[in-house]
Write a protein that binds this ligand. Structure first.
Ligand code: SF4
Length: 207
């Protein structure tokens, strides 16, 4: 896609106030919610975390019977692994940072279940660290619009997006592209007929 400005303006028009759709009040709640969101919708994660965080504090989560935790988070999928991750994360935050999430990428990426993308989401939302997290929606939209190549992996896509868009746009564009992919340029049946990017879109041309 040659006209980057057009894409930025269109995202601003469609999603002027894009923010993270995961619901949280405390910093560790966001971290746990993002870990739970792997291969799961934000809507489902919000249902689960509403119950989890209203019943238990971080300390209680760290000490919670694993079976009780598994039962609560079961709807998000791969719940045995995620329950283990959450307990370990809770213990580690309490032991190393008094229960707070630090602005420390190296530490966060060392936590179980916390990869580069999770870290980008957490750091950009909690500390305004410029980051371009690439999830399934950002990846699909980037490829369709020719911002990345079909066989690029997420690391390559992230680098390409960071190169093509100004640093002050990264965090907001991440949220906007997630919403654009979730509600407009959907995986199946994208709204191409109503899309202002049709002329510039590689995917549409192929179709
Ligand atoms: S034209 Fe269709 S495939 Fe291309 S960006 Fe718009 S909605 Fe997505």
């Amino acid at each position: 896609m040659k006209n980057k400005e057009k894409f930025i303006n269109y995202l601003d028009e469609l999603f002027p106030d894009a923010i993270c759709e995961l619901q949280y009040h405390l910093d560790y709640e966001l971290l746990i919610a993002v870990v739970l969101s792997a291969q799961c919708t934000d809507k489902r994660v919000n249902m689960v975390t509403k119950e989890l965080f209203s019943k238990y504090t971080l300390k209680e989560i760290s000490e919670l019977d694993i079976k009780i935790l598994e039962n609560i988070i079961r709807p998000v999928g791969t719940y045995t692994r995620k329950a283990m991750y959450i307990k370990e994360i809770a213990k580690s935050l309490l032991m190393n940072y008094d229960g707070k999430v630090p602005n420390n990428r190296e530490y966060l990426e060392s936590l179980p279940g916390v990869g580069h993308k999770t870290c980008n989401v957490v750091l950009s939302n909690l500390f305004n660290v410029p980051a371009f997290a690439v999830d399934t929606h950002v990846s699909r939209v980037s490829k369709r619009l020719g911002l990345a190549k079909e066989n690029d992996d997420v690391a390559k896509i992230e680098k390409k997006l960071m190169k093509q868009f100004p640093i002050e746009k990264w965090s907001k564009m991440h949220h906007q592209m997630v919403l654009f992919g979730r509600y407009h340029c959907k995986s199946i049946h994208p709204n191409c007929m109503d899309c202002s990017l049709r002329e510039d879109c590689k995917y549409k041309k192929v179709k």
